[in-house]
Write a protein that binds this ligand. Sequence first.
Ligand code: BJW
Length: 240
Amino acid sequence: MTQHHPADRIVVLTGAGISRESGLETFRDADGLWSRHNIADVCTPEGFRRDPMLVDRFYNGRRAELAGVQPNAAHLALAELERAAHDGRWNGELLIVTQNIDDLHERAGSHNVLHMHGELRRVRCTSCGATPEWLGDCLPDTPCPACHRPTLRPDVVWFGEVPLHMDRIETALAGCDRFVTIGTSGTVYPAAGFVAQVRDHAETVDINLDPPQVPTLFDRTLIGPATRMVPQWVIELLGA
Ligand code: BJW
């Protein structure tokens, strides 16, 4: 019998914790980015207007770091799950919604990925709207390759800005059977509110290194490093 409708539609929401074991810093952990950088300076449109050089350097540094790290077992396990759906080994469908601006899901082999907070490997021109791929440094006087004006900014979503792909994300959330978060502190909206939106129709699972600080809305919490817990969870799904 040919199955046209996947029996298990999964939305996975990833956060900085999934890339931690690849060597990228999280934001809010004790040794995270916010321990050394002021959020209002580097992650708001006002901060960028005030000091574009500081903000460009912050993202140039993180873009350079990205070149030296590799996807880890958690990214690879999610890519394997997508492949299993593609090959017909698993009757399901996987969408990764990531808050991360790194490209480790893509480099692990995932295709069905939405970057709701933008991408480090692109910049955006505030004059013409172009979003060219960008692997090197970008500075306040760097001309846009399309319109030649020096009006490029990191293609990321700062506080007070509207996250990307929200229509597709809302549709996927409304139609999912399972919702799984991996390595996110659940403090930044709208992503933090997704679990409340889906819990009446989907099984909800949270995978995190640390146990939750406050009672959570999730049906299951799997505590441990992403590189151990995500492959385990994928094996459980594929074995079922
Ligand atoms: C491991 C691990 C291992 C570690 N294994 N786990 C009051 C109430 C509600 C909302 C608001 C409010 N006041 C203001 C707002 C809105 C605001 C907001 O949410 N503020 C809160 C702080 C209160 N939100 C916005 O402004 C957003 N826009 C918006 O709401 O627009 C309105 C709108 C929405 C929808 C439709 C229409 C209109 C925009 C938010 C933009 C966030 N941008 C950043 C920067 C992006 C670029 C960059 O990377 O520099 O996104 S901030 C930063 O936080 C980044 C992250 O994606 C995001 C989330 O962080 P994440 O990933 O959760 O990381 P951490 O560090 O917090 O947690 C890591 C976790 O991993 C921890 O739990 C560890 O335990 C775990 N971990 N190692 C497993 N090995």
